[in-house]
Write a protein that binds this ligand. Structure first.
Ligand SMILES: Nc1ncnc2c1ncn2[C@@H]1O[C@H](COP(=O)(O)OP(=O)(O)OP(=O)(O)O)[C@@H](O)[C@H]1O
Ligand SMILES: [Mg+2]
Length: 238
């Protein structure tokens, strides 16, 4: 579904992505893990067109999306959530998710119905009229996911949706991802916490200093000595 071909990106003298090539399969949950600063978020920014790449190509469902504006990439079917919260804090949960329906050429009524279905799926119906700034962190993450879902995406990029939460909240997020996985959504997620990432993934890529150092099933990655060493060296949770 998504092909990253020989992508490189530098910020000034800092080479963040180094001739990176990887493929995301349709209907699977693929995950990108790696130490802080490895270039994970930069890759999502390159895919969604918010950061221009230096070299290489990004191909989504056979269409080259390299240097395409972000709104067009979204219209083609790529949605994302952000590592750093990126919501309309003064608007309600319903209004935030409604923002994701911007590309639908349908009536207001059917947009509202779509939002209500998503809120129901995410367990946010009771909080539909709550102002987002007052929500706990888990609900804010769910609202970001809801807004992404409201764009009717073919591919959803989740930047540390799993991460920075209490263990019961991480469990709740994992359950949502597992339900989407069972529904054959195509997800590409970034994460740090090994156990929840491994549990929810079909395929895992490990990024270190802008290059993939390993890829495979969660079991392959768990057994990979190089991955283990990179994580221990970075002081990560493995
Ligand atoms: N817009 C930017 N301008 C300059 N430097 C940047 C920019 N975006 C990222 N970087 C730098 O690129 C490197 C990779 O950052 P990136 O956010 O992609 O890492 P990451 O793998 O997502 O890390 P983390 O796990 O901490 O989220 C870092 O050194 C970061 O400071
Ligand atoms: Mg990041």
């Amino acid at each position: 579904m998504l092909e990253i071909r020989n992508v490189s990106k530098s910020f000034g003298g800092l080479r963040v992505l180094e001739n990176l090539t990887l493929t995301i399969e349709e209907g699977k949950v693929s995950s990108l893990i790696g130490p802080n600063g490895a270039g994970k978020t930069t890759l999502f920014n390159v895919i969604t067109g918010t950061v221009p790449l230096d070299d290489g190509e990004v191909i989504f469902m056979g269409t080259g999306i390299t240097r395409m504006p972000t709104y067009r990439i979204c219209r083609l079917g790529v949605a994302r959530t952000y590592q750093r919260r990126n919501l309309f804090l003064n608007l309600t949960v319903h209004e935030n998710v409604m923002a994701g329906t911007f590309k639908d050429a349908t009536s207001l009524k059917s947009k509202r119905e779509k939002v209500e279905e998503i809120l129901d799926f995410l367990g946010l119906s009771d909080k539909a009229q709550a102002v987002v700034s007052r929500l706990p962190p888990l609900d804010m993450k769910l609202v970001e996911l809801g807004r992404a879902m409201a764009t009717s995406p073919k591919l959803i990029l989740l930047d540390e949706l799993i991460g920075g939460l209490l263990s019961s909240e991480t469990e709740a997020i994992c359950e949502v991802i597992e339900t989407l996985r069972a529904k054959k959504y195509t997800i590409f997620q970034i994460g740090h916490e090994m156990r929840p990432i491994m549990r929810t993934s079909d395929h895992v890529f490990v990024l270190d200093r802008g290059c993939t150092i390993a890829e495979g099933s969660p079991d392959d990655i768990r057994r990979n000595k190089l991955v283990h060493d990179v994580y221990l060296e970075a002081g990560g949770d493995y």
